[in-house]
Design a protein around this ligand. Sequence first.
Ligand SMILES: C[S@@+](CC[C@H](N)C(=O)[O-])C[C@H]1O[C@@H](n2cnc3c(N)ncnc32)[C@H](O)[C@@H]1O
Length: 220
Amino acid sequence: MTQTPSLRGVAETPYEREPGYAERYRDRRFCSGTGPRTDQRERAILRALLSHAAALGRLGPGDWLDVPAGAGRMSAELPGPVVAVDRDVAMLRAAADLPRRACGSAHALPFRDGAFAGVLCHRLLQHIPSAGERIAILRELARVGRGPVIVSFFDSRSLPGLRRVVRRWLGKRRSGRSTVRRAAFLAECRQAGLRPLAVRSLCRFVSEQTLVLCAPIDGA
Ligand SMILES: C[S@@+](CC[C@H](N)C(=O)[O-])C[C@H]1O[C@@H](n2cnc3c(N)ncnc32)[C@H](O)[C@@H]1O
């Protein structure tokens, strides 16, 4: 795996996929097997976290950033006009329904400080193997958001997390996904200037997919 140096000095983990992947991700990834149920539960959790943010008085007016937007699966769930950002042009092309799209990396977002009323970073951090790189990305999300920042990660304390460890022991091919313990991930958020306000798992210990609602720490 070749890493690309980012503008901020932390090497970026690549995300290389075969031609046609973007259309397949958009049209098929969440349409068969457990996909539709995962999709439904992820949306339900995102809505629950947004309601929680509203109840705390943390939802203000303005644009939302969806990064990485992929093919825009979660964009319509966000409570404001969305700017969709992804590093992969093919993904942005597949998200043709979204009016405002920009190609860019979560490491160095082309936006001013506090530009967004809220930020969603869904299904990126499980592809990032090191705490240092995750913190660099989280810091960038905190910089451009002035309201809620919602991020997902894969919790290592889960059945799929355990399966990944066993596969590693058995020398099987690695999936390219990385897991982290919940407490360690929340510490990474704090280190990046984000205060975790609520954590929701798709199904604690059974699913690894977990979403965290954060708020920027003032003056961080
Ligand atoms: C699994 S998709 C998730 C898309 C969408 N958020 C969803 O939940 O369906 C991961 C996306 O991350 C993008 N990506 C990977 N590294 C990135 C980076 N450093 N900055 C922006 N996008 C990145 C990939 O191009 C891909 O579209």
